[in-house]
Design a protein around this ligand. Structure first.
Ligand code: KET
Length: 457
């Protein structure tokens, strides 16, 4: 009661102090709730000043939990032993433990042996990293690299690199729109919203076929105004796990070229989809080989397991070395007031791994091992579901999808049932991260999916 009176007075007078006049003869100090009341006599009346601890941030509402990272928070709070975190796309071992790659440990040892210092990096990042990352993306002998038509700037992993690309669009292509796939990785919308770049969606996923709506995709890209940026997932589309075929990629490149659009690739899973770095970069290379100008954001979170190191890059492949130089200067100009210059640790790891032939080969083997483990649990999950479910439903889409995820087709209520009843944590769009699943848990997950699919509408 007292506190509500105070808060009304507070709003009327000032955000953090209130004055009330009362006709009583008290003097001194008193405590009321969390506030201190001071009484003093003035011109025959008693004036009471209340220092109320009301925050200036009162008007800031509570933000909802992040649809992906918020799932990990909820998982941590669950005390049930059967719990399973299939929310975030982060690789786990068969024992469901985080995995630090052996090549990463070796690269870190190299850094200690060399006694590398902690000086600031240049705004564009570590030169050896920028060279390595561009070569990994396009292939070392790619003409775009030879002709210095690529502007590469080290970024704060995939997210930070996308954000830098978005800032470039906002500054130099005012009013231009970005077309993103429906559905897409949830953070894409946040990134372009915060960069004030308008976006709309192109059709991608067809729930009837649980496959690609290729016709819809092509129609929507064709219908977009000339010069639209088209956001494409380089491989292992998130969340669907459905990629265009090589022939379909050619057709997508045809329309983008005809419409003078600008492709913007998000490459977060190079080497993780197929186990091969080259195969997973084929989509990007196809566009570059046509001489098209392309934006590419890269991430080393998944393929090198460097999630917390925040290492990636923003690349702009241009038609001339002069414009690439100018673009790079502007990317640096955008980066400087945002975060000044990027962190060195992850950049050195990547540069050491890629630049040391023995480590590079070892990395490829470890990547194949990780991709292989995910393929094994994918197969086992399919086998478990299809042998347990007698309804005749076709679950073969699980095997057709690639990468870290399976897009189960479970709706929000069914996903809630997975979590509330079965302690399986996943995103509400029905995506499960197979990278967080073990062979031992496949039967349990199959039971959870079958129950949620058939018994919840
Ligand atoms: N692009 C895609 C398509 C993507 O899935 C992620 C991460 C990123 C970029 C960015 O990752 P970074 O660590 O900033 O390089 N996806 C997983 C984690 C997350 O949501 O942040 C996920 O989808 O679970």
């Amino acid at each position: 009661m007292a506190s509500s009176v105070l808060s009304i007075a507070t709003q009327c007078v000032s955000p953090n102090a209130s004055s009330l006049s009362i006709n009583e003869t008290h003097k001194g100090k008193a405590k009321l709730g969390g506030s201190t009341l001071r009484f003093s006599k003035s011109s025959g009346r008693i004036s009471m000043t209340v220092a109320v601890n009301v925050s200036r941030f009162e008007g800031i509402p509570m933000a909802p939990p992040d649809p992906i990272l918020g799932v990990s928070e909820a998982f941590r709070a669950d005390t049930n032993d059967v719990k399973l975190n299939l929310g975030v796309g982060a690789y786990r071992t068969e024992e469901l433990q985080p995995y630090v790659l052996n090549v990463v440990k070796k690269a870190e040892n190299l850094m200690l042996e060399r006694g590398d210092n902690k000086e600031y990096l240049p705004i564009e990042g570590l030169a050896a990293f920028n060279k390595a990352t561009a070569e990994l993306l396009l292939g070392a002998d790619n003409p775009a690299i030879k002709e210095q038509r690529i502007a590469t700037v080290q970024g704060l992993s995939g997210t930070g690199s996308l954000r830098l690309g978005a800032a470039l669009i906002e500054r130099y292509f005012p009013g231009s729109k970005v077309l993103i796939s429906a559905p897409t990785w949830g953070n894409h919308k946040n990134i372009f919203n915060d960069a004030r770049v308008p976006w709309s969606e192109y059709r991608y996923y067809d729930p009837r076929t649980v496959g690609l709506d290729f016709e819809g995709m092509i129609e929507d890209i064709k219908a977009a105004p000339e010069g639209t940026f088209v956001l494409l997932h380089g491989c292992a589309h998130n969340p669907t796990g459905i990629d265009p075929t090589p022939e379909q990629w050619e057709k997508i490149a045809d329309v983008i070229q005809q419409k003078n659009h600008i492709p913007f690739f998000d490459v977060a899973y190079q080497g993780f989809a197929s186990g091969s770095l080259d195969e997973d970069a084929a989509s990007v290379r196809l566009f570059v080989a046509r001489g098209m100008e392309v934006l590419v954001a890269q991430s080393y979170s998944k393929n090198l397991g460097l999630y917390a190191e925040r290492i990636g890059a923003m690349n702009v492949i241009s038609s001339s070395s002069e414009s690439a130089t100018r673009v790079k200067s502007q990317l640096k100009r955008l980066a400087r007031p945002m975060y000044s210059n990027p962190p060195v640790h992850g950049a050195r790891i990547v540069a050491n791994v890629v630049g040391t032939p023995v480590l590079f080969d070892e990395w490829k083997a470890e990547m194949e091992m990780m991709a292989g483990r995910i393929k094994n649990v994918r197969q086992k999950l399919y086998d478990s579901i299809s042998s347990k479910d007698k309804s005749g439903k076709d679950w073969s889409f699980i095997l057709k999808q690639i990468g870290m995820f399976s897009y189960t087709g479970l709706n929000k209520n069914q996903s809630d049932n997975m979590t509330n009843k079965w302690h399986v944590y996943m995103t509400k769009d029905g995506r499960i991260s197979l990278a967080g699943l073990s062979l031992a848990k496949c039967e349990y997950l199959a039971d959870a999916i079958i129950d949620s699919y058939h018994n919840v509408s």
